[in-house]
Design a protein around this ligand. Structure first.
Ligand code: DX5
Ligand code: ZN
Length: 223
């Protein structure tokens, strides 16, 4: 974390891919801290999105950290490809990693930060054994697979629960929240202890443009 109280990680899942470089630059100029890249395989989630080629393209247009969210089965098979493409954070689902400690070690050996994430219906106790070796905890606030869904308020308690666990086990690690973030839900998640916010549609589909989308979110948070 920098001296800011929060970080914003716009998800390019809702970007216009005919002008991806320009849209990433707009987000960066408007104050984006990271760029979130949603990788979906049509197997772990019912949608197919993007892979290492897009990460590599993003790497060429921005120096912001690339926050790569792997919604894929057997992510271990592809970690090296995403690391080579320029990912900074590689975040994997507890539901897809039966040997999470080994997966985290593999991510670290590739020179990346290891994020751990869990679906809305997965309990926080499932990730507890891996918090002390994680660099980031991503709490999914929608069922992964699509942008534009509504935030599930039932995850608010889980954010607070994981924050308490981290305070005990690994206090410097921050919680990122992903799914349905808008000017109302960003504040609710912040109040429970989240400090890194992913948003796709609220930024890239904002009727007044990307800068307005980012402003609508950050103005809710303490500066
Ligand atoms: C959902 C993805 C999210 C998604 C968020 O599976 O992991 O990152 O892009 O989209 P919004 O912000 O529109 O809910
Ligand atoms: Zn995501």
């Amino acid at each position: 974390m920098t001296d800011k109280q929060y970080l914003l990680s716009p998800s390019i899942l809702s970007a216009d891919f005919t002008k991806l470089g320009d849209q990433i630059k707009q987000a960066e100029d408007a104050g984006a801290d990271w760029i979130h890249i949603d990788v979906m395989d049509g197997h772990f989630v019912p949608n197919i999105s993007m892979g290492p080629f897009i990460v590599e393209a993003c790497r060429r247009v921005t120096e912001l950290p690339l926050d790569v969210h792997l919604m894929i089965t057997e992510p271990e098979r592809y970690l090296e490809d995403f690391a080579s493409a320029g990912a900074d954070y590689l975040t994997v689902h507890i539901e897809t990693c039966p040997e999470m400690a080994d997966t985290q070690a593999q991510i670290h050996s590739l020179g990346c930060k290891a994020g751990i994430t869990l679906n809305p219906d997965t309990g926080a106790d499932q990730i507890r054994p891996y918090l002390s070796t994680a660099d980031l905890v991503l709490v999914m606030s929608v069922q992964p697979g699509f942008s534009g869904q509504s935030f599930k308020p039932e995850v608010l308690g889980k954010i607070a629960q994981i924050r308490t666990m981290l305070d005990e086990l690994h206090p410097e690690v921050q919680i990122e929240v992903d799914g349905g973030i808008n000017p109302q839900t960003i504040l609710e998640a912040y109040q429970q202890g989240a400090r890194i916010f992913v948003a796709a549609s609220a930024i890239f589909k904002h009727p007044d443009g990307i800068q307005a989308g980012i402003q609508s979110l950050v103005k809710q948070l303490p500066s």
